[in-house]
Design a protein around this ligand. Structure first.
Ligand code: GAR
Length: 187
């Protein structure tokens, strides 16, 4: 049985989908939720699902091995970023080589990088007049949204689309694909 840690900063709808996907699995399960934002929805999900959660501190996260040790003690095999808004420090990337993945709500390398998250991404895509958007699941390295791509899935943008309607289309793709890809990578 493989142990998954989900890192999230917000609502946690992707976290919920991944928890649901592995609920009855004999291959893997979500055993830890890591969050950097007090009051984030994902912490309520962890509580409801009886999954241990930790609220991380900036100084310890960026300037020590504290959380690496904690993840190792918890026997975590894979770190899944699901709307986690801090950059992953180099020591953590190197502690889990090719075992940290992220999902981004656009077709990288377009619309990635610092500050490009959530609605900012969809607003930029709509303003640019793009005809399509989608999701990118990729390995994580020391830079924002920069690691090797694993999967991209696309959706059409119609002239009627707004950042909100595009966000809904993209989120559907995320929910459909992220749990499946995490399972594929683990097995
Ligand atoms: C998701 O759309 C994810 O792609 C995005 O945050 C949202 C989290 O939603 N991540 C980024 O923008 C990272 N750059 P959720 O909390 O409902 O899963």
């Amino acid at each position: 049985m493989k142990n998954i840690a989900i890192f999230a900063s917000g609502t946690g709808s992707n976290a919920q989908k991944i928890i649901d996907h592995f609920r009855n699995s004999d291959k893997a399960r979500v055993t830890l939720i890591v969050c950097n934002k007090p009051g984030a929805g994902v912490l309520q999900i962890a509580e409801r699902e009886a999954i241990p959660s930790i609220l991380i501190e900036k100084e310890l996260f960026f300037h020590s091995d504290h959380y690496i040790k904690l993840l190792q003690e918890a026997a975590i095999d894979m770190v899944v970023l699901a709307g986690f808004l801090w950059k992953i420090p180099a020591n953590l990337v190197h502690a889990f080589p090719d075992h940290i993945v992220n999902i981004h709500p656009a077709l990288l390398p377009k619309y990635g990088g610092k500050g490009m998250y959530g609605h900012f991404v969809h607003e930029a895509v709509i303003s640019a007049g793009d005809k399509e958007s989608g999701i990118t699941i990729h390995y994580v390295n020391e830079k924002y949204d920069d690691g090797a791509p694993i999967l991209q899935e696309r959706c059409i943008i119609t002239p009627e689309d707004t950042p909100e309607s595009l966000a809904a289309k993209v989120l559907m793709l995320e929910h459909q694909w992220y749990p499946v890809i995490v399972e594929r990578l683990l097995t």
